[in-house]
Write a protein that binds this ligand. Structure first.
Ligand SMILES: [Zn+2]
Length: 267
């Protein structure tokens, strides 16, 4: 009798245990699969670096561990070899933008509008032009939030781009602002931290194209970016898709809904 009871208890336990495993599995798979949000992904990484800003041989503690080994291990790597393999500090590329004679350009009808992150040379109306550099300062914060901090350069200067927003192309060519070897472009073109774009009919698409080209410039200076063209173009479109509220606040990376809110984008 006792043996039968023990067997029954044992069987009940096994069934319960099996159920717990099955239910446990259901619980684990219950939430719908989701990708981590960029912000969550960033939080999951070390606080001072993103995956784009970190090289594999620069994990925290690597150098310190190597130093400790050098002091105590008779078979340690000789000092010269050890220091040769220490990680290099990461710098973004140097700023090689040409300097322009702003007064001469203004006399020719090309005016400079400048913010912390953008110098914009353009011959379009001042009312529209002066709103554009602050837009790039705003999207810069969105880039950093998504990609991580831009590394410093060797000169210790702030990251800034130069854009040329062109209505009269002959004027810009005459002023020497369009490099002879710059390939032809229909809408816009970037090179390092400079970009060229044509004036647009619609305010929305002028801003969209400006952010698109500026995103290319930013990503060009990020270390470790080795991505296919569709990804580079996709990220530029992702950030460029924006909403400007009546109070002047702007939101990037939005879902495009009604075509009339994105005038000129259907290229
Ligand atoms: Zn592009």
């Amino acid at each position: 009798m006792t043996a039968i009871l023990r067997t029954a208890i044992s069987d009940t336990f096994l069934v319960a245990a099996a159920l717990m495993i099955v239910i446990g599995g259901c619980d684990r798979s219950a939430p719908p699969p989701s990708l981590p949000t960029p912000a969550a992904a960033k939080k999951a990484e070390s606080p001072q670096s993103s995956s784009l800003n970190r090289r594999d041989n620069q994990r925290p503690g690597t150098a310190a561990n190597r130093d400790a080994t050098t002091e105590t291990d008779p078979h340690a790597i000789p000092e010269a070899r050890a220091s040769a393999s220490l990680p290099e500090p990461i710098h973004r590329p140097d700023d090689q933008r040409p300097k322009h004679d702003d007064r001469r350009l203004a006399e020719a009808g090309i005016r400079l509008y400048e913010s912390k992150r953008l110098k914009l040379y353009t011959d379009i109306d001042a009312e529209a032009a002066r709103t554009l550099p602050p837009l790039i300062d705003a999207v810069y914060l969105a880039w950093v939030e998504y990609f991580g901090d831009m590394p410093p350069d060797r000169a210790g200067s702030e990251f800034q781009m130069t854009g040329y927003l062109i209505r009269d192309e002959a004027l810009f060519r005459e002023a020497g602002l369009v490099p002879e070897d710059l390939p032809m472009f229909e809408h816009g073109r970037h090179r390092r931290n400079e970009f060229w774009m044509r004036e647009q009919k619609y305010d929305y698409f002028r801003r969209h194209l400006l952010i698109h080209e500026a995103t290319h410039c930013f990503m060009t200076f990020l270390p470790g970016v080795d991505a296919p063209v569709w990804y580079i173009e996709g990220m530029a479109e992702y950030f460029a898709t924006h909403r400007l509220a009546p109070d002047g606040s702007v939101t990037f990376r939005i879902m495009p809904t009604s075509p009339e809110d994105f005038a000129g984008w259907g290229r």
